[in-house]
Design a protein around this ligand. Structure first.
Ligand code: ATP
Length: 863
């Protein structure tokens, strides 16, 4: 392999058979065929057949198979066949669930593609970094993730964080000079940039030397693990499931021993205990949870919120503070200059006012044509205004007349920038920035006062105010730094820019307040500008506080903790202060979402419970650090995602409630029957049927339940709230008992009447589950409020399962398999009636709970 760091630029380009203008398209196609896409090959996914086979590894399935073999040995071949069919069905369902979950997660991964600016055929194109080939010439700017291994061709203040590769956490300064030492360590090859590392500073140009698995990162990619997809809830449930397994196995052993002692047939008792264990252990829950989360994440992506880490779908439901940037997220990012003030006199030899001069030259906008301007929106607005005042030709003349020779780039800590331009034998030093940043360096106290007054009054109207200044030097100071350059400048003028709030934001803020979530604005802007806009969109209420970065820096930790919950606007903060805000809110026990777009936002995005990056204006680095990406940069999208997160959590609770209540009913029925002197109510096949069919289909459909009307009207879920909170555990026990009660009641009655008691028991229990499925659709709202047909798959599955149950009762062939008998109309009517009792009992529970909640609220408000 060539050591590109020991080759000079010309030689490197020659070796890669390319040039500064980039590769021609036909050559790109050739190389793409030769090298393949520029991506790291992930661990090979499990092939579907293996996924299917692994379903049989499940402990419960193994037990069932043993049961099938025992039945076979003692001559009960029908039982053997039925159990085997059920095992197979179980495996198929398990496989489908796992397969779908994996596909959903894959689809999510594919959505987060990084884009790169590449020079091809002499022009710059923006394309997916997977399309890069060796020899491509790539443009780099602060915030990029390096898309491939590169030999640097240009480096302006280029600094790269290589910690992913070398472990070195301090960013490395990069250069383009040729190095001598061929075998120097990766971290010392200062003229190379490596795939996957983060460009924290500056600008540059590089030629691709290696792509995909050939890169340094690719070489160690085998060591990198895939993304963790287990959520805390899933892990907790898995642990809980394990304990539950032991308890259920223990109960089944007791049922077996008790039956055996009573003189029941041992084989029958063994099969019953095993079926019961298989039915009662909720082994499908973790897979169902992944499906619910992954499907939820897909729905969020359709609403323009791309979740990068699956656990975030769940965490979103607990968010109680959303800290959002102002520009672009709360506002439209359509800036427009609306006020300006220019000073006199003009500079000798220059025909435009100093203000227009600085506005035209001190900028990094890519001016493609008179109407096509690309770049930072503040600067675009300023340049647009300059062009409108000067005319496009004069503007262009001006930029050509005074070429830029040096710069101190914009820095959001300093909040200003300076450029230096050749002016004959002299230099024009032009600065623009926040008024507080430039005020102290102005050379006239009178102008300082003037600037302060103007900017305060414009800021109060919600305008972003920028000050402009200049000076003329005969030589550039050494060293060239902002301390030596930005001082004793002449005041050139001020402009005020408006950036109207997004239309949908006001409603989203009201909605988040109703949902008990506090919206907070964090901005680099002036406090008066920030407060004006915050008031307009409803973030700043009369009792809320505003803090500035300067005050925040002076506050002690205790003092800040005291204020943090009431502060809704932070102005003139620097990105590193965002981390402090997140930490303080977390210390107060809040789940905090934080938005960010720049390189410096990465630490606070990582530290937040939900770090949110901007899809359009965000840097790669911020996206890499975030848990979620807003594809439309819009605050309202966060609220939609929170709503979706709450809905999914509710639905997970619903299917846990449904499935576990069903299991509890089966356990109670079989456990209590002998205690009250009734014969064994169910056969193993009935139990397995209820578990597989009655439980399975509606359970899955519950995951797709629509959000309840009050999802965004209740406070966020407590951070440590258990999934069984709000009486879910009790529900499982009491509704299970109720179902067992009506079942055993029917059994006793039918035995006395000499009816088809076992078929009735089986049918009542099955239909009661279906009644329950309809009732648990709403946790707080009644079925008639949810609308019977608002979840069609659920209604469909309930109806279908009901038809299957009828088939099991009335089709003669199935009668022999399920050992059922056709019920009389009266008997069927009784079964339906009892199922309706269960349904209404659960609806009644909601009514009682609703009333208790209301009363609770009243007592709280009285206090
Ligand atoms: P927000 O935090 O509301 O999203 P922001 O991130 O755009 O806003 P910064 O970009 O840090 O905030 O800007 C802070 C201040 O710096 C602005 O109020 C403005 O006065 C000044 N400023 C912004 N852009 C430039 C620029 N290109 N050149 C000089 N000064 C700028």
């Amino acid at each position: 392999m060539t050591n590109f760091h020991t080759q000079n630029i010309a030689k490197s380009l020659e070796l890669l058979k390319t040039e500064l203008g980039g590769l021609p398209t036909p050559e790109v196609v050739n190389r793409q065929n030769l090298y393949g896409p520029n991506e790291l090959v992930q661990k090979k996914p499990k092939p579907p057949w293996l996924m299917f086979l692994l379903q049989f590894k499940d402990f419960m399935i193994l037990i069932l198979m043993v049961a099938a073999i025992i039945s076979g040995i003692v001559g009960e071949t029908t039982d053997t066949i039925i159990i085997l069919i059920i095992v197979l069905l179980n495996a198929v369902i398990g496989f489908i669930q796992e397969y779908r979950a994996e596909k959903a997660i894959d689809a999510l991964k594919k959505m987060s593609i990084t884009m790169t600016n590449v020079r091809r055929d002499g022009a710059v194109q923006n394309l997916s970094s997977t399309e890069l080939v060796p020899g491509d010439v790539v443009l780099l700017e602060a915030g990029n993730v390096i898309p491939a291994d590169l030999r640097l061709l240009e480096a302006n203040n280029l600094r790269i964080d290589e910690s992913t590769l070398t472990g070195e956490s301090v960013p490395v300064d990069k250069l383009t000079e040729t190095l001598e030492l061929a075998d120097s360590p990766l971290g010392d090859r200062f003229n190379l940039a490596y795939k996957g590392t983060l460009l924290t500073n500056g600008r540059g140009l590089g030629v691709v030397t290696a792509t995909g698995m050939q890169t340094e990162l690719g070489k160690i990619a085998q060591l990198l693990q895939g993304d963790e997809v287990d959520t805390p809830l899933k892990r907790r449930m898995a642990a809980f499931g394990k304990n539950l397994t032991y308890i259920i196995l223990f109960i089944c052993v007791i049922i077996f021993v008790a039956g055996w002692l009573r003189g029941e047939d041992e084989l029958k008792m063994l099969l019953i205990s095993i079926s019961l264990a298989v039915a009662a252990i909720p082994e499908a829950l973790p897979a169902l949870m992944t499906i619910a989360l992954a499907r939820g994440a897909n729905r969020m992506a359709k609403k323009k919120a791309l979740v990068r880490k699956l656990p975030s779908v769940e965490t979103l439901g607990s968010v109680s503070y959303i800290c959002s940037d102002k520009t672009g997220t709360l506002t439209q990012n359509k800036m427009k200059v609306v006020s300006s003030f220019a000073t006199e006199p003009f500079i000798d030899g220059i025909e435009v006012s100093p203000l227009l001069l600085v506005m035209s030259l001190n900028q990094d906008v890519n001016v493609k044509s008179e109407t096509e301007l690309q770049g930072d929106s503040t600067e675009v607005a300023i340049v647009e205004s300059a062009i409108a005042q000067l005319g496009f030709e004069n503007f262009q003349k001006l930029t050509q007349q005074f070429p830029r020779v040096a710069e101190l780039p914009f820095d959001s800590d300093r909040k200003c920038m300076t450029t230096v331009h050749q002016f004959g034998e002299q230099f024009l030093v032009l600065s623009k920035g926040a008024s507080e940043s430039l005020m102290p360096v102005l050379n006239s106290p009178l102008n300082q006062q003037h600037l302060e007054e103007m900017s305060n009054s414009w800021a109060q109207e919600g305008q972003r105010v920028l000050a402009f200044a200049y000076k003329i030097l005969t030589a550039l100071p050494q060293p060239f730094s902002y301390e030596t350059v930005e001082n004793q400048v002449n005041f050139a003028g001020v402009v005020g820019i408006i950036d109207p709030p997004r239309e949908e934001v006001k409603r989203a803020i009201a909605e988040s307040r109703a949902a008990g979530i506090h919206p907070v604005m964090i901005t680099g802007d002036h406090p008066a500008t920030a407060a004006a806009i915050a008031r307009e969109i409803g973030i700043l209420k009369p009792d809320d506080q505003t803090l500035t970065g300067v005050t925040l820096a002076q506050l002690s930790e205790e003092a800040f903790l005291e204020q943090v919950e009431n502060t809704t606007v932070y102005a003139r903060v620097s990105p590193d202060q965002k981390l402090r805000i997140v930490k303080a809110l977390q210390a107060k026990g809040h789940y905090t979402a934080m938005t960010g777009d720049g390189v410096n936002d990465a630490p606070s995005l990582k530290a937040a419970n939900i770090g949110i990056a901007m899809g359009i204006n965000g840097t790669d680095v911020s996206k890499e650090a975030a848990h979620m990406i807003l594809l439309d940069d819009n605050f309202a999208t966060i609220i939609k995602a929170v709503k979706e997160g709450r809905r999914i959590y509710d639905n997970i609770r619903k299917f846990i409630k449904y499935i576990m209540t069903c299991n509890s009913a089966e356990l109670w029925t079989i456990f209590l029957a002998p205690l009250i002197g009734l014969p064994m109510p169910l056969l193993p096949i009935h139990i397995l049927w209820i578990n597989l069919v009655t439980d399975g289909l509606p359970g899955l459909a519950l995951a797709g339940e629509k959000a309840e009307k009050d999802v965004m009207k209740r406070p966020p879920r407590g951070v440590n709230e258990n999934i069984f909170a709000e009486g879910l555990g009790y529900h499982i026990i009491w509704v299970g008992l109720l179902m067992a009660g009506v079942t055993l009641g029917v059994q006793a009655w039918s035995l006395k009447e000499g009816g088809h008691w076992q078929t009735m028991v089986f049918t009542v229990l099955s239909l009661a589950q279906l009644g329950h499925a309809l009732a648990v659709r709403g946790e707080r709202s009644f079925l008639f409020q949810q609308g019977l047909f608002s979840n069609l798959p659920l209604i469909g599955s309930v109806f279908f399962t009901f038809l299957l149950q009828l088939a099991v009762i009335y089709v003669p062939f199935l009668n022999t398999i399920f050992r059922t008998q056709p019920l009389s109309l009266r008997e069927l009517g009784i079964c339906l009636g009892l199922a309706a009792v269960v349904f209404h009992a659960v609806e009644l529970e909601k009514w009682v709970k609703g009333n208790l909640r209301k009363r609770g609220k009243k007592t709280i408000t009285k206090m």
